[in-house]
Design a protein around this ligand. Structure first.
Ligand code: CO
Length: 488
């Protein structure tokens, strides 16, 4: 049934807002003055953790991400805390064994996480099940995700069937996650309406204003009875970020669905966010602040696009941006029309760049070959036979047919032993971070402070890359390594 009650709003400023517009660089200290004010407004939830924030805490800010969560929970105890979880990839780019995933979820819940938005980049629900069960074991809310994308295989019917499957798997709600801001108002209306007819659990939508559809898509979603929408706050809103809170509220003037929020502290919050935005000017860009319908043909997520521009510049390939963007749909098609979301956005983006630089598939990155071989899960459509053949030849491996994590041995005991060997505390918290970011965690545990704030420079390494060497890129605010190989 479509909801007729006031729409609920998740505030994303402490996670996706700065991930999309300031390369995930907002520190806990910069958040402190507004957290309790945000807690008083009455949001459905505060997105405070997950996505790239955990990586960024360790790598760039010298913070322990669990300490951040503790602090934010203490300052905002009344609003549910929400995080973005990449299914079996946790908050990294490759699959982890079930015991690590389970421990990560248990630790997050222990430190105050309530709503876990769980997605799989390929919409392969087998990669969500362990997370869903672990969240329920911790007594918290498991939100299943439909990653929205446009392709010949991503039909309205396919998305609705995915929603039905998520409900059957026991999800407490469903998120339509439009990471690239590609969902048009008419599609949003039709999808929300169809889902509301077929599933009973609440439906929420997450989009980015990259193209400019954002506010209109929310309006269509709300008119069709969606339960909740994600908003950020200016200046960490609009452009490659979420639609702005005030704009969304203003759209609902004279509507029964407008939530009744106490915005008396709003000027204080706004003023503080303006200050922080200025402090992060090394990571912000006017290009990310505007909307651009050109993106419709490339379907690139906002965060990816902003870092892509920097990378190409550092590789003296700025004049090839159009070529690389045009190559992206071709790479997607060859890899089974995978949606572009972390980590597939990075993998497809990198492969498109390699295709443009060296010729199509002359350099076939290991992660792209892994996608072709189903190592991340089932792609939504068929992998191009020639590309699959090349991947099989180059790796000597056959495509995976089971759930990828079924091939992984439990790792928690080994991770703990490694921590003890290094003289570190072997807590579950340390073990799950150690699994994903060993070098970065080492620095944080030793109390080493990262270098002073500077623009990401990892991509400059990429310019020096050659065959057989590691290609280091910085996309979506996170370091991404691929080994470059020459095609036969
Ligand atoms: Co997002």
């Amino acid at each position: 049934m479509p909801s007729m009650k006031p729409v609920k709003i998740t505030n994303t400023v402490l996670r996706d807002g700065h991930q999309s517009l300031a390369a995930t660089r907002m520190s806990t200290e910069q958040m402190l003055p507004i957290v309790s004010l945000l807690d008083k407004i009455g949001f459905y939830s505060l997105e405070t953790w997950g996505g790239a924030t955990i990586d960024s805490c360790l790598r760039f800010l010298g913070e322990n991400p669990f300490d951040r969560l503790d602090t934010l929970k203490k300052l905002a105890p009344n609003t549910p805390h929400q995080m973005l979880l990449r299914g079996q990839n946790i908050v990294q780019y490759t699959s982890f064994p079930d015991d690590v995933v389970e421990a990560f979820v248990a630790c997050s819940a222990k430190h105050g996480m309530n709503i876990f938005r769980i997605f799989d980049a390929l919409n392969d629900t087998r990669n969500l099940v362990t997370c869903i069960n672990a969240v329920h074991k911790a007594g918290q809310h498991a939100q299943g995700t439909i990653c929205y994308t446009i392709s010949p295989v991503h039909t309205l019917e396919a998305f609705v069937n995915l929603g039905i499957e998520l409900e059957k798997l026991g999800c407490d709600s469903i998120c339509i996650k439009d990471m690239a801001g590609l969902i048009s108002p008419s599609t949003t209306g039709a999808l929300v309406k169809a889902l509301k007819e077929k599933v009973k659990i609440p439906i929420v939508i997450h989009t980015h204003s990259t193209v400019g559809y954002g506010p209109a898509a929310y309006y269509a979603a709300i008119e069709n009875g969606i339960d909740a929408v994600d908003c950020s706050m200016v200046p960490f809103a609009n452009g490659t970020g979420q639609p702005d809170l005030l704009l969304t509220l203003a759209m609902l003037d004279n509507s029964d669905r407008k939530p009744d929020y106490d915005l008396s502290d709003f000027p204080k919050i706004r003023e503080h966010l303006e200050t922080v935005y200025k402090e992060l000017s090394a990571f912000t860009s006017p290009k990310n602040e505007k909307t651009d319908a050109d993106i419709l043909q490339y379907q690139v997520p906002g965060g990816m696009l902003s870092n892509f521009r920097n990378q190409l510049k550092e590789q003296n390939m700025s004049d090839r941006l159009d070529d690389v963007l045009k190559e992206i749909p071709y790479v997607r098609q060859c890899l089974g029309w995978i949606p572009l979301v972390t980590p597939t956005s990075q993998i497809v983006g990198t492969q498109a760049m390699l295709n443009v630089k060296f010729g199509r598939w002359k350099m076939f990155s290991q992660p792209a070959m892994d996608i072709a071989l189903n190592k991340y899960g089932r792609p939504p459509g068929p992998v191009d036979p020639e590309v699959l053949k090349l991947a099989i030849e180059k790796t000597g491996q056959q495509p995976v047919n089971c759930r990828p994590a079924d091939l992984l041995e439990p790792r928690m005991p080994k991770l703990k032993a490694e921590l003890r060997e290094k003289g570190f505390d072997d807590s579950d918290e340390n073990a799950v971070l150690w699994a994903m970011f060993p070098n970065e965690l080492t620095k944080v545990l030793k109390g080493e402070k990262p270098a002073p704030v500077a623009k990401p420079t990892a991509a400059s390494d990429a310019a020096k890359a050659a065959v057989g060497r590691k290609y280091v890129l910085n996309i979506d605010g996170a370091r991404h390594e691929v080994v470059v190989e020459e095609a036969k």
